[in-house]
Design a protein around this ligand. Structure first.
Ligand SMILES: Nc1ncnc2c1ncn2[C@@H]1O[C@H](COP(=O)(O)OP(=O)(O)OP(=O)(O)O)[C@@H](O)[C@H]1O
Ligand SMILES: [Mg+2]
Length: 372
């Protein structure tokens, strides 16, 4: 089995570091404090939550995970929540039976998921007003069961796109009455998460603790990589590990993906050439996606993306030197393109640090642009 996972969480063995973040989350959960955190795409938000839930398995605590990325309105949200509760408390258990009893008037419908075959619950209600009542009702039911429940809502910023503008208020109001149910909110859109949690005029302001999720410590990652190769009797040069972490800038997903590919190369000894060949394979596999990007953005944006790729980190995108070196035209053009690229999540703005900078979000796209 390839020990470098690229799309899920398995167990602590395959999970690198995150000791501080894990401890912070566990502490918040134990002290019944709600947590909210924003972090970059593909840095390991979901895996961190999964890891914490894995560690809590032995405790007398029920963990519920909800990814609301695909939800479009409060109705979807409520149905996801109801289904998650149903999955966490199957009807074989007393709580599960009581849950079905409690929501009987909402006419729950159970269907089997076509692909996985697992039962899915949805509520037969359609009016917004009903959902406005139902969501608090579901949470109050959980609260009344005298078990500690922790609900993680992933991609939480999605609620800002709902047509109902009062979801934050409804949720926050009911949260204040809950004693046994606590939350982890997590999201990858910086601007939107900021809007929800750091705006003094909004319901969630100053109501949660934060966890700071950045790149995994380079030394820890290096040890992790080395041990997994060695455990599988593959020799790996220190230089090859360093090169991998350079190429991916230590960003979790890209590092995992590259290690995965290198591991699959099935060589006896990994050297820097193995790494470059593996990267090349990934870039070739992704090439048609990159060409599609080109059709989706303007030529000015493409040019800027290329310039950012070459520079890797850009602290002053409007400086004369940057504009001139890459023949980008006026700073007004760059400003417009940059805003569009950030909006499209092709470029990421690292703020909240001493020297903020811009970088291409996708590290493989960045490498590909450099080589083209
Ligand atoms: N600490 C870790 N050690 C090893 N692999 C990890 C770690 N954290 C995450 N991963 C792996 O990296 C990949 C990306 O992680 P994950 O999906 O958790 O990121 P995310 O921040 O939730 O991404 P997205 O923004 O796309 O939702 C996953 O395949 C996961 O298995
Ligand atoms: Mg995620």
């Amino acid at each position: 089995m390839n020990p470098f996972l690229i799309n899920n969480y398995k167990s602590p063995k395959y999970f690198c570091d995150r000791k501080t973040e894990t401890a912070d989350l566990l502490k918040n959960i134990k002290s019944k404090t709600d947590t909210a955190f924003f972090a970059q795409r593909r840095i390991g938000k979901t895996a961190l939550i999964r890891h914490v839930f894995y560690l809590l398995k032995k405790e007398k605590l029920v963990s519920i995970y909800l990814d609301i990325y695909a939800t479009l309105d409060l109705g979807d949200f409520t149905n996801q929540l109801a289904n998650a509760i149903y999955t966490a408390f199957p009807p074989k258990q007393t709580v599960g039976r009581r849950f079905l009893e409690a929501i009987k008037s909402l006419r729950p419908i159970i269907t089997l998921d076509e692909i996985t075959g697992t039962p899915q619950l949805s509520l037969d209600i359609t009016k917004t007003a009903q959902f406005e009542r139902t969501m608090p009702q579901l949470l109050k039911f959980l609260d009344s069961e005298n078990v500690q429940v922790i609900i993680a809502i992933d991609e939480f910023q999605q609620i800002l796109t709902y047509p109902e503008k009062n979801v934050e208020a409804i949720l926050r109001t009911v949260m204040q009455t809950l004693k046994n149910v606590h939350f982890i909110f997590c999201g990858s859109n910086q601007k939107m998460m900021h809007q929800i949690f750091n705006n003094a005029k909004r319901p969630f302001y100053a109501s949660t603790k934060n966890v700071n999720l950045q790149r995994i410590d380079r030394k820890e990652y290096s040890k992790f990589i080395k041990s997994h190769f060695q455990n599988n009797k593959i020799d790996i040069e220190a230089d090859a590990i360093e090169l991998m972490l350079d190429l991916t800038d230590c960003h979790t997903y890209y590092t995992q993906r590259l290690c995965h590919e290198v591991f699959d190369a099935k060589v006896e000894k990994v050297v820097t050439d193995t790494v470059l060949q593996s990267l090349n394979k990934i870039l070739t596999d992704n090439e048609n996606i990159y060409f599609q990007y080109r059709n989706l953005i303007t030529s000015n944006q493409w040019k800027l993306l290329k310039a950012l790729s070459i520079e890797e980190k850009v602290f002053q995108p409007y400086s004369k030197k940057f504009l001139k070196d890459h023949d980008l035209g006026s700073s007004a053009i760059v400003k417009r393109s940059l805003e569009a690229l950030v909006e499209k999540e092709l470029v990421y703005y690292h703020s909240g640090i001493e020297e903020p900078y811009y970088e291409v979000y996708d590290k493989f796209l960045m490498r590909w642009m450099q080589y083209k």
